[in-house]
Structures are given as C-alpha cells and as structure tokens.
Design a protein around this ligand. Structure first.
Ligand code: NAP
Length: 333
C-alpha cells in the first residue's frame, strides 16, 4: 500500500471567523474543542503544534490518561479538535491582531499570507525561553548549549559531564533524565531554595552522580568547536570554579513577548504575562488569552491548568458573541 501524505492546511486569507485561536498547545487545542462544541466557526493558527508539551517526554498527571508520551497527548488533543471539524494551520506566526473596529471585527495577520477577520481571538501563545545572557551562550547554541533537556538529553548519552541551570521543575526533570545518560550532572542554581516540586528535589538528591552547585551563577561558557567547560561563581563566597562539561542545559523559565503584546494595546504584568480576569478576558473586547501566556495561576503551569484556561476562554468567546448579538451557530461538523 502506498504512503498517503496529508496535505498541509491552506493558510486562510480573506475569510471571516467567529474565533481565531493563536497557538496549539494544550490551551489552544482545548479552546478549539470547546469552540467547536459551541458551534463557532473556528481556525487554529500556530507556529508549532504541542507548545510546551514538545519539550516534555512523558506526562503522568493529566486526568484519565495514566502515563502517556507527551507527543501522544498532543496528537490526541489535535485529533480531538479536528474530529469536531476545527482546522489547525501549522507553521504560521501571527504578527498582529488589530481592532476591534466599529463593526466589532478583529483583523488577524501573520506570516505566509495569513490575513483574516475574526469576531473573537484567543491568544494561547505560550512564552519564549529565558536566556542567561553570558559570554559563550549564543556562540555555542546547538553546540552544547541547549534549552531543552528533555529534547536533547539523548544526544549526550555516554558523555562525561553536563551542567543544568535552574531551580524549577524543568531543571530538575532535565537533571534527572540526564543523570541516566551521562557520568555526572552539575545542578547549578542561584540560591539554595527550589521552585521544583519536592518529589523531584528528593529524587535528584538521591542520585549519586548529581552535584548541587548552589548560590551560584554561570559567568561564562567556554569551548572550541563545542562546549568544554562552564565558569561558575559562588555569590556568597565569591569563589570561582571552572567545571569541565560537554554541555549546558539552560532551564531558567520563560520570557513572554511583552513588547509585542503592548504593540497591540494589550495589558501585561511587569514580567510580560497577559493580564486576564477569571473569564480569561484581556483588556481588549473580543480578545481572550489562555495558558502560559497569562497571569493566571503563575507558578503552577500544568497541562490540566492550560487546558482548563482554554476551555474557559472558548466559553467566554461564545458568551461575548451572544451578548453582542453576533452568535450565528455554524452547522454541526
Ligand atoms: P520556573 O518554574 O519559572 O523556574 C525557573 C528557575 O530558573 C527558577 O529556579 C529561577 O530561580 C531560575 N532563574 C530564572 N532566571 C534566572 C537567571 N537569569 N539566572 C539563573 N537562574 C534563573 O521555570 P520552569 O522550571 O521552566 O517551569 C515553568 C513552568 O512549567 C512551571 O510552572 C513548572 O511547574 C512547569 N513545568 C512542569 C513540569 C512537570 O510538572 N513535569 C516540568 C517542567 C515545567 P529563582 O527560583 O531564584 O527565581
């Protein structure tokens, strides 16, 4: 039997939608499922499908799924939305959301010619990875500097040592995974307390090949063709150490695209997360937000919380259309 390749979805241009969802992580795809059940004419446009789930290996805390590969959970979310007739257009970056105009239309523009009108928009765009900003970081990106241990750990199998920077779940999950692949893992963190869940901390402490380098920051990443060492400074004693490593995994959280939000007139908190109320409404009529991009439940970013926000945002978009007298249910898909 011949291989049947699925044709990529056409990038919409000139169409009108009840709802455009920007982003296809758990928040965006959950919003899509609910929007379809509210019979809204909906399209999802996204740079990639999966969001933060693409940076995770396994998920074992999404209700009803047991332990599931993150990639399988993404496929489930996507096919669930598509089952209800929602089109997911991949490989498109939304560059602006303008409006609403006097007729309550928002205009959504993006790469590859995306240009549509929408009554409502849900921004579920996640957020970008934070950088250390030290010498060597840019130079060795992809040559030993990684921002995703879960994605890149297998490439370091059999190496002598690596460093992981950060004190949150991502750093601990990454360090745990890496401790199974490499001879030694240095966990470098700028203070002694951790944001990571206690069971991650306990598990990592029990690993004989993990050394905690605390109260310390990375000063420089050194190498030739690839990373060979990192220089760390203890903030309390001032002591400097050069650790011989084959790679460094920078897992220090995320940096939202604050300037982009402000350019569209959207309010954020000081760190750049989109301000939303409990119904996921931003300050602009018709524009909602969900997931890691928002101020809601910061410090507890989970698949289940992102999915919940997506569902609520879709419900709010539906209510907004009803309140405005703009709700025209499409035929059931
Ligand atoms: P995070 O929770 O924001 O932690 C970032 C860590 O990096 C913090 O320990 C922070 O230190 C440190 N940091 C920040 N800026 C730094 C800098 N410039 N230099 C040095 N260190 C810096 O980020 P995350 O670990 O990426 O997790 C993001 C969200 O995803 C969290 O809500 C997390 O729970 C979730 N997540 C969950 C799982 C899971 O449950 N399996 C896995 C991964 C991520 P301070 O503590 O001193 O601020």
């Amino acid at each position: 039997m011949g291989l049947r390749l699925k044709r990529p979805a056409r990038v919409p241009r000139g169409e009108d939608y009840d709802l455009v969802i920007v982003g296809a992580g758990p928040a965006g795809l959950s919003a899509a499922i609910y929007a379809a059940r509210f019979l809204l004419k909906t399209v999802v446009v996204t740079v990639d499908v999966g969001g933060q789930l693409n940076l995770t290996d396994w998920v074992d805390d999404y209700p009803g799924m047991g332990k599931i590969r993150a990639s399988d959970l993404v496929s489930n979310f996507k096919s669930h939305a598509e089952m209800f007739g929602v089109k997911v257009v991949d490989g498109v970056k939304v560059t602006s959301v303008e409006g609403p105009d006097e007729e309550d239309w928002l205009r959504v523009k993006g790469t590859r010619g995306l240009d549509v009108r929408a009554r409502t928009v849900i921004l579920a765009v996640g957020s970008e990875r934070r950088k250390l900003g030290v010498p060597g970081e840019k130079e060795f990106a992809g040559k030993g500097v990684s921002y995703c241990s879960v994605c890149d750990a297998p490439f370091f199998k059999g190496k002598e040592a690596v460093a992981v920077v950060g004190g949150g779940d991502a750093a601990f999950e990454g360090a745990l995974l890496l401790s199974g692949y490499v001879g030694k893992v240095y966990l470098i963190h700028r203070r002694r307390g951790f944001r990571a869940k206690p069971f991650y901390v306990e598990e990592l402490k029990s690993k004989p090949n993990v050394e905690f380098v605390l109260d310390s920051v990375v000063k420089e990443i050194r190498g030739d063709d690839s990373v060979k060492s990192v220089v760390v400074v203890n903030k309390v004693t001032g002591e400097e150490r050069e650790l011989r490593v084959d790679g460094i995994f920078i897992e220090i959280g995320f940096q939202p695209p604050k300037e982009w939000y402000h350019s569209m007139g959207l309010e954020t908190d000081d760190d750049g997360y989109l301000k939303v109320d409990e119904w996921m409404r931003t300050n602009k009529p018709g524009i909602f937000a969900a997931g890691d991009a928002t101020t809601l439940w910061r410090g507890f970013r989970q698949v289940v919380t992102a999915a919940a926000m997506g569902a609520v945002a879709a419900y709010s978009a539906y209510n907004y259309l009803i309140e405005k007298g703009l709700y025209k249910p499409r035929k059931k898909g």
